[in-house]
Design a protein. Structure first.
Length: 411
């Protein structure tokens, strides 16, 4: 009995010791848990700029840079008028840039399919074709469409805000500045369109349909010729003859010539235009090096087209140089239209320099107006100016990177 009691007492004592030990360990665990929670590091980090942006072509790259300012670093893969984007093959280094970009800005509609093949899952893609609903087979030269430009400006800004939320206000302000300039460009070109009905054009390359449509021109290019050019084939002799007859009969107000796609056929057509006194406006697909922004290029192009069909519009003989000089002050169309009687754009009321100072970004706040250079020998009247430069050597307003018109495929 005594032995059993002793064993029981020892067992009880051991049990109590284990219980106390467990309790002590539990208390220790409870006491340490809050401490671990309080000292847990915050692994969330805020994104910092600049945003790495890669554009397939410099038309959209220039817009991406304008909207991003110092908060982005933009690289355009195709950025020379000596390169045909349709036949472009990216280098390994180009593919690497695209794969590492935070934001990729592409055209789409089959124009630059190489630009979207090797993107990472973290890359945000902004595509002009997606913005306007264009598909492969449609006219891909979307940068000449005012609707595509406006849609892309908004989509690019949204991509920037997503990548760098802390700069949202800056991005939205740049977008507003851009939209103000675009509205001004639309305003004065719309005024031209209203006062010039039934204008027609023909084109050696199906490039500028959207721009010419925005300006109210009707495409008179022979359909057979247009279809062969759009498909990359050679025009049939009958279509070339039809084209020549249209030019010789002066049934178009202007001929648009894509200088990046020269051939025996296009040389024959521009030569016919020169002999027939049909104005020729030379164009390129890629934005030329002497232009800083997409809308500045469009403004330059529209001015040259207007000089080809009505050089007196918005100008008065003998004051062209004054109007051109005043235009650098950024007067808007309403001001320049009001002052057409004295032949100059009202620089004093435009005050674009003030808005530029406020935004610290001249390109964003630039005003777009009619530039009167009708007497300086712009690319009108003969085929000698089909290379996009005027005889005076002034390329700023006569290197008309326009696009040849074509009926909108699929519509």
């Amino acid at each position: 009995m005594g032995i059993r009691f002793t064993r029981f007492a020892r067992f009880a004592a051991a049990t109590v010791s284990v219980v106390l030990l467990c309790a002590t360990a539990a208390c220790g665990a409870d006491n340490s848990a809050p401490a671990e929670t309080e000292t847990e590091p915050d692994t969330t980090t805020e994104a910092t700029g600049p945003i790495t942006v890669v554009a397939s072509i410099n038309q959209w790259g220039s817009l991406a840079a304008e909207l991003g300012g110092d908060d982005v670093e933009v690289t355009s893969i195709v950025s020379s008028t000596n390169v045909d984007a349709h036949d472009f093959e990216p280098k390994t280094s180009d593919v690497a840039k695209l794969s590492k970009a935070q934001v990729v800005v592409a055209n789409g509609a089959g124009y630059d399919s190489w630009a979207t093949k090797s993107l990472s899952k973290s890359t945000t893609l902004v595509s002009a074709a997606s913005v306007v609903g264009a598909v492969e087979g449609d006219n891909p030269h979307l940068w000449f469409s005012k609707d595509a430009r406006s849609g892309m400006a908004t989509a690019i800004t949204e991509a920037y805000v997503k990548a760098l939320p802390s700069k949202k206000a800056d991005f939205q302000q740049r977008l507003k500045d851009w939209q103000d300039g675009e509205k001004q460009l639309d305003s004065w070109t719309a005024d031209f369109t209203k006062s010039h009905e039934n204008l027609t054009y023909a084109a050696t390359e199906p490039v500028a349909y959207y721009l010419m449509a925005d300006l109210g021109f009707e495409d008179s290019t022979p359909k057979g010729y247009t279809q062969s050019q759009a498909s990359g084939g050679e025009a049939a002799p009958a279509d070339l003859q039809s084209f020549q007859k249209i030019i010789e009969g002066r049934k178009v107000d202007v001929l648009i010539n894509n200088t990046q796609e020269a051939s025996d056929a296009t040389n024959m057509i521009t030569g016919t235009a020169g002999r027939s006194d049909v104005p020729v406006v030379g164009v390129t697909e890629q934005m030329p090096a002497d232009v800083q922004t997409l809308d500045a290029w469009i403004n330059q192009l529209v001015n040259t087209i207007i000089d080809a069909v009505d050089p007196s519009y918005g100008c008065e003989a003998g004051t062209d140089d004054d109007a051109s000089a005043d235009s650098s002050d950024g007067a808007d169309q309403s001001d320049s239209s009001a002052d057409e009687s004295d032949g100059t754009a009202d620089a004093g009321s435009g005050n674009s320099t003030d808005s530029k100072d406020d935004s610290n970004d001249d390109s964003v706040s630039q005003k777009y107006i009619r530039l009167c250079k009708a007497s300086s020998g712009t690319s009108t009247g003969n085929g000698s100016d089909a290379d996009g430069t005027d005889d005076s050597g002034t390329s700023s307003d006569t290197q008309v990177p326009s696009n040849a018109g074509q009926p909108d495929p699929g519509k």
